[in-house]
Design a protein around this ligand. Structure first.
Ligand SMILES: Cc1cc2nc3c(=O)[nH]c(=O)nc-3n(C[C@H](O)[C@H](O)[C@H](O)COP(=O)(O)OP(=O)(O)OC[C@H]3O[C@@H](n4cnc5c(N)ncnc54)[C@H](O)[C@@H]3O)c2cc1C
Length: 389
């Protein structure tokens, strides 16, 4: 019947694109709806590159998902016959007892992930662009890589279409409600769609009227990101063959992250603070200007760590983190709405997990068990009413 689907995915950032890709193979009628175009500069998935690493300082509860995601990134690359994985290697630097160093070593040991521990001079021998003060330690993860973010997201959508799914862009969902055994989805242009199951992946917009049970649990935050150009004659030091994806925890606890350029539309080394310069912002506020004080702060940090980068960024812009209180994910099943599943609040580190989270959402949406348990990411931990799958 027209406008009746097995599964509707609302929000086609990386989480929704991954869910649609995975669900399209499991049912006859899948629909993906997004308020914006296939590419846009709002929300969280914009831009050309993201980091993938498995020596995860954030904890070993992420390991099964990381393992599954790693396989699915490779599967996607194989399907697309396009490079989406850039094997740059990864280094995670900080004082010995810092979260980044101690946490990365612990997860690497528990997960039997190949890694080495280096001094600052050993680090400089391999990656000469870095100027690391004595007393710091480096965890080297040879298997870490950069993901070509835009190519991967558009590739997932192409794969979903190839498997028979439909997509609608420029169409905002304004209401989801139960209707008999089904779920009724209504868009701003007054169109209605029915589905047996709905997946909500609206990123920083998720704690809206669509999912009121998530009110108060999530905070969208604007966070700037910068690109720095190598000084003349130093370009090779920052090429993706000689410059890894990295995290750097300063002695004061600030964490910088960065990666080499992997796409011609984003030249320069991409660098940002992971846990600083964040401010609450509604995702509809389309202000892209970065404060001068933030530019000054990152310039000082970058100058100390990378003396061969030009002092001022060549470009800066704002992106969105959707933060949960413990900086982990929020994935589950709605209590109020029948057969409605959600995934968001990826707290600024969710991209790398997207194929595995999308796969789990697709499985539960068609009544199958997820391949990897997501119970650690349930909203139950905050006494929310929404359920674990
Ligand atoms: C600067 C920056 C750097 C990052 N670096 C990394 C990294 O290196 N590694 C990593 O793993 N993660 C990283 N992350 C985190 C990662 O990018 C996010 O976790 C991920 O992109 C979240 O994707 P999403 O699909 O949940 O949300 P989004 O990408 O925001 O997608 C939500 C989509 O929903 C649509 N939408 C919203 N409301 C509606 C509605 N009512 N109806 C229809 N559509 C709607 C929007 O248009 C949007 O397309 C980074 C994030 C930022 C901001």
């Amino acid at each position: 019947m027209k406008n009746t689907y097995d599964v509707i995915v609302i929000g086609l950032g990386i989480m929704g694109a991954a869910a649609l890709w995975r669900v399209a193979a499991k049912c006859d009628r899948a629909l993906g709806i997004d308020a914006s175009g296939p590419t846009h500069c709002y929300g969280s998935s914009q831009g050309s590159s993201r980091i993938f690493r498995r020596a995860y300082w954030e904890g070993n509860k992420y390991l099964p998902l990381l393992q599954h995601a790693d396989l699915l990134w490779q599967e996607l690359e194989h399907l697309l016959q396009k490079q989406i994985i850039f094997r740059t290697r990864g280094i995670f630097i900080g004082p010995q007892s810092s979260r980044v160093v101690a946490g990365s070593i612990e997860t690497a040991r528990q997960g039997r992930i190949e890694h080495e521990i280096w001094t600052p001079s050993e680090t400089k021998n391999v990656f000469p662009a870095f100027s690391i003060p004595e007393g710091m330690q480096t965890v080297h993860e040879p298997g870490a890589y950069a993901i070509s973010a835009q190519v991967a997201r558009l590739g997932m959508l192409d794969e979903a279409l190839r498997r028979g799914a439909t997509t609608e862009f420029g169409n905002t969902v304004v209401d989801i409600k139960n209707q008999g055994a089904e779920v009724l989805v209504t868009t701003r242009n007054s169109r209605s769609y029915r589905a047996r199951a709905v997946v909500v992946t609206t990123g920083p917009w998720i704690a809206s009227e669509l999912m009121p049970e998530l009110y108060g649990l999530l905070e969208p935050r604007r966070v700037p990101i910068y690109w720095f150009k190598p000084k003349i004659d130093s370009e090779k030091l920052f090429s993706r063959k000689r410059f890894p994806v990295f995290l750097y925890e300063c002695p004061n606890g600030s964490i910088l992250y960065g990666m080499p350029s992997i796409a011609s539309d984003e030249p320069g080394v991409k660098i940002g603070f992971h846990n600083r310069q964040q401010s609450f912002a509604r995702p509809d506020w389309k202000s892209f200007a970065v404060q001068d004080s933030s530019v000054k702060e990152i310039t000082e940090a970058v100058e100390a760590l990378f003396p061969k980068l030009e002092r001022s960024p060549i470009k800066e812009k704002n992106c969105f983190y959707t933060m949960s209180p413990d900086e982990s994910f929020l994935i589950g099943k709605s209590e109020a709405l029948k057969s409605t599943y959600f995934a968001s609040a990826c707290s600024g580190h969710g991209f790398k997990f997207a194929p595995a989270i999308g796969d789990a959402l697709a499985n539960v949406a068609v009544g199958q068990q997820p391949f990897v348990s997501l119970s650690s990411f349930s909203a139950h931990r905050f006494n929310s009413t929404s359920r674990v799958f």
